[in-house]
Design a protein around this ligand. Structure first.
Ligand code: ADP
Ligand code: MG
Length: 208
């Protein structure tokens, strides 16, 4: 049986982690045990890179930041995602390559072609089967983060204009297997919509 690669994307506070938990529970009820990962991270090396990336005191250049994220992704793809998909597993990733487009091209302003090449090197051409983009205005996501008391990391504290550029990439993103979901409603309404998208994509796995 072919595996299935699901990615959740969207700005900070959109509800990706909340949705990942809800979908994991629904998949288990449907008899599917997903392999759940988050980016950057998911392997010991990638978690170490994540710690460096989000660390308060680091002043990475945009290019260094891109290469850190790419190194973490390369390790995660090779050691966790590809082996799981080969075994026919469902892989659920909290962020993937669209995040690099949003933050490194949109947010940082790196040349798109360079970022796409680095992404290609990191993924070896692996493309998600389904990318759910959670649409919320960045102010809503930020307000949710503040309300939750989440400690702000280095990227969270970027200027308002940075987050607006990130949000614009998410808003305008299109492509094969990419589905936008309204994430301004309740977490449950979002989980229902996401589940419907999953069932459309793979009725054999997530159907009745
Ligand atoms: N649909 C929603 N409506 C209101 N608050 C939400 C919703 N989804 C998540 N939250 C809350 O917003 C905060 C950020 O959600 P989270 O899932 O961590 O977002 P992300 O992983 O995209 O940054 C959390 O405190 C969460 O409980
Ligand atoms: Mg999260």
């Amino acid at each position: 049986m072919a595996g299935f690669f699901l990615v959740l994307e969207g700005p900070e506070g959109a509800g990706k982690s909340t949705l990942a938990r809800a979908l994991t529970a629904r998949m288990r009820t449907a008899g599917v045990e997903p392999v759940v990962v988050r980016e950057p991270g998911g392997t010991p090396a990638a978690e170490a890179l994540r710690h460096e990336l989000l660390h308060d005191d680091r002043a990475w250049t945009p290019a260094a930041e891109l290469l850190y994220i790419a190194a973490a992704r390369a390790d995660l793809v090779a050691k966790v995602i590809r082996p799981a998909l080969r075994d026919g597993r469902v892989v659920l990733s909290d962020r993937f390559d669209l995040s690099t487009r949003a933050y490194q091209i949109g947010g940082r302003g790196l040349p798109a072609l360079e970022v796409e090449w680095v992404n290609q090197a990191a993924t070896g051409g692996l493309v998600p089967d389904l990318t759910l983009v959670l649409d919320v205005p960045p102010e809503v996501g930020q307000a949710r983060q503040v309300a939750s008391g989440k400690r702000q990391d280095r990227l969270d504290r970027e200027a308002e204009a940075f987050h607006q550029r990130v949000a614009a990439v998410y808003r305008d993103a299109t492509g094969p297997g990419l589905v936008h979901l309204d994430a301004t409603g309740t977490a449950e309404a979002l989980a229902d919509a996401a589940w419907r998208a999953l069932r459309r994509a793979r009725p054999d796995l997530f159907g009745e």
